[in-house]
Design a protein around this ligand. Structure first.
Ligand SMILES: [Zn+2]
Ligand SMILES: [Zn+2]
Length: 221
C-alpha cells in the first residue's frame, strides 16, 4: 500500500472493476435455479447497511462493501492493523518465559487465596478483614525455584507478616506443621533443588490451576 491518496485511486479502480464484473455476472445469470434468483436479487436490490466504523446507514455499491466511505475504509484498515499487531503481541506473550512465570505465579497465588479463603494467616493467625491477604511462600521462591509452584509451600498470609515481618518464618513454620504435618514441612526444608521451568511446563501449570480455580469457585457456589 502506498500513500492514502494512491490507495484511494487504487481502491476506486478496484471498485469500478468489481461493479463491472458484477454487472456482467448479473447479465449472465439465468432464472433457472433458486440460487441464481437470490444472486440476481442481491445484486440489484441492495439493502442499506450499517457502516462498520461510523455506524451510519449507507447504500452499498456491492455486497462486499462494509464501510460507508473511503475515510471509514482507511480507519477500518487501521483497526485491522491494530488487531494484527495485538495478535502478534499475544503470540509473543504466549511463548515468553518471563511473562508465563508471572502469569503462572498469579494464577497459583489466586488459587491459594481461594483454597485458604476461610483460613487465618498461616503465621500470626489473623482472620479479620482489616488486613490484606497474600499468598506467602514458606521457602522463598527465588532461591528455591523447584518449590515456586508447590502448593504445600504457599499459604494465605496477612500483609503484615508477608511484607513487614519478611514472612514471619518462625511462626510460619509453627502454623505449617499444624496444617500439613512435620514430615511434609521437613520435606520442604530438605528440598533445595533449583529448577528451570520450561514454556510448556508453565503453560501446563496455568492451565491446571485455571481449572482448579474453576472447581473451587463451583464448590463455593
Ligand atoms: Zn462510515
Ligand atoms: Zn499474619
Amino acid at each position: 500500500m502506498g500513500s492514502p491518496l494512491k490507495w484511494k485511486m487504487e481502491d476506486m479502480i478496484e471498485r469500478l472493476v468489481k461493479i463491472q464484473k458484477e454487472n456482467e455476472e448479473d447479465k449472465k445469470e439465468t432464472v433457472s435455479s433458486e440460487e441464481s434468483i437470490t444472486i440476481t436479487k442481491n445484486a440489484t436490490v441492495k439493502k442499506p447497511k450499517t457502516c462498520k466504523i461510523c455506524k451510519c446507514k449507507f447504500q452499498p455499491y456491492n455486497s462486499l462493501q462494509i464501510v460507508c466511505s473511503s475515510k471509514c475504509a482507511l480507519s477500518h484498515i487501521d483497526s485491522n492493523k491494530r488487531k494484527e499487531h495485538n495478535k502478534k503481541i499475544k503470540a509473543f506473550k504466549e511463548n515468553d518465559k518471563k511473562y508465563l512465570l508471572k502469569k503462572a505465579e498469579e494464577i497459583v497465588n489466586k488459587y491459594v487465596r481461594l483454597r485458604d479463603k476461610d483460613k487465618p494467616c498461616i503465621s500470626c493467625g489473623y482472620i479479620g478483614d482489616k488486613r490484606q491477604f497474600h499468598a506467602g511462600h514458606y521457602k522463598p521462591k527465588g532461591r528455591n525455584s523447584a518449590l515456586r509452584f508447590n502448593e504445600q509451600n504457599i499459604h494465605k498470609q496477612c500483609s503484615i507478616c508477608n511484607n513487614h515481618l519478611s514472612g514471619n518464618l518462625v511462626r510460619y513454620r509453627e502454623g505449617l506443621i499444624k496444617k500439613i504435618g512435620l514430615l511434609a514441612v521437613s520435606n520442604l526444608e530438605c528440598n533445595n533443588e533449583t529448577k528451570k521451568w520450561s514454556v510448556e511446563e508453565l503453560k501446563a501449570i496455568i492451565k491446571e490451576y485455571k481449572l482448579k480455580i474453576k472447581e473451587l469457585d463451583w464448590h463455593n457456589g
